[in-house]
Design a protein around this ligand. Structure first.
Ligand code: ADP
Ligand code: MG
Length: 250
């Protein structure tokens, strides 16, 4: 066990006007966890992920990653330091093929735009092809992204997030809108990839079955605060948590 956790957040507070979205969150994430963040709508899960990902101004408190203070770091800094997240593929890329999108993720990950030589592109294409196999999209390499099913598009976004080999991957509801079957497929893929590479995952997921299957640890947020954290078994047995989920708070 390392001396300090991979990620350590202290006193995280974020307000939107008068509204307190996150109220003094303390959170430690040891390396190797597949850590689920759950809680009712509006609990502050996405806000917390966005704070870690450097996407929100005016965050109070401190976030340490590998012992370095990343509280004020930009998303570009964070990508360089090993924090990855998925992005929705932007409109401009929808007419490009699956392989072209994956390849561009590797080009960007290498910071190679400035010197885009044939060799750089060839290598990125190779790595893109391998990543398509990893995420089960090799048969879609030539398909326009616009023509992909939602499930396949999410697989592609996941693969693109892996292009710069992040030590910590942040996923905010990666399975939103997917069928139960697709949801399990995607999250099984994510979990096995994290296990194989020894990386760390922090994810928000509303399907509690997926959470209990995939997560090694679970944090429950309610109204901007942490209600409970523990193993999936502990969380499933926690009466306060059950009350939140069954008591009609959302
Ligand atoms: P969750 O992801 O748990 O559903 P969010 O983190 O998205 O919750 O939102 C937490 C609360 O903060 C919600 O009440 C939401 O309306 C509010 N909120 C989030 N982002 C903003 C914003 N940019 N401006 C104002 N309020 C926001
Ligand atoms: Mg959210």
């Amino acid at each position: 066990m390392n001396a300090h956790p991979l990620l350590s957040a202290r006193g995280i507070r974020k307000t939107f006007g008068q509204f307190v979205a996150l109220n003094n969150i303390d959170f430690d994430l040891p390396a190797g966890e597949k850590h689920a963040l759950i809680g009712p709508n509006g609990a502050g899960k996405s806000t917390f992920i966005a704070c870690i990902a450097g996407q929100l101004p005016g965050v109070e408190g401190t976030v340490l990653f590998k012992g370095d203070d990343i509280t004020k770091a930009t998303p570009v800094d964070l990508a360089r330091q090993g924090i990855g997240r998925t992005f929705q593929i932007s409109r401009a890329f929808l007419d490009m093929s699956v392989l072209e999108n994956m390849t561009s993720a590797f080009v960007i990950a290498n910071g190679a735009w400035a010197s885009l030589r044939r060799s750089v592109l060839a290598e990125a294409t190779d790595r893109g092809q391998t990543m398509l196999e990893t995420v089960g999209l090799q048969h879609r390499a030539g398909t326009r992204v616009a023509d992909l099913s939602l499930g396949d598009r999410k697989r592609l976004e996941f693969g693109m997030a892996l292009a710069n080999d992040p030590d910590l991957l942040l996923l905010d509801e990666p399975t939103a809108g997917m069928s139960i079957k697709e949801r399990h497929h995607l999250m099984d893929l994510v979990a096995s990839r994290i296990d194989e590479t020894g990386k760390t995952l922090l994810f928000v997921e509303h399907d509690i079955d997926v959470v209990l299957k995939i997560a090694t640890r679970v944090t429950v947020m309610v109204r901007g605060a942490i209600l409970a954290d523990g193993t999936p078994t502990e969380i499933a047995a926690n009466e306060e948590v059950q009350a939140v989920y069954l008591g009609g708070h959302h």
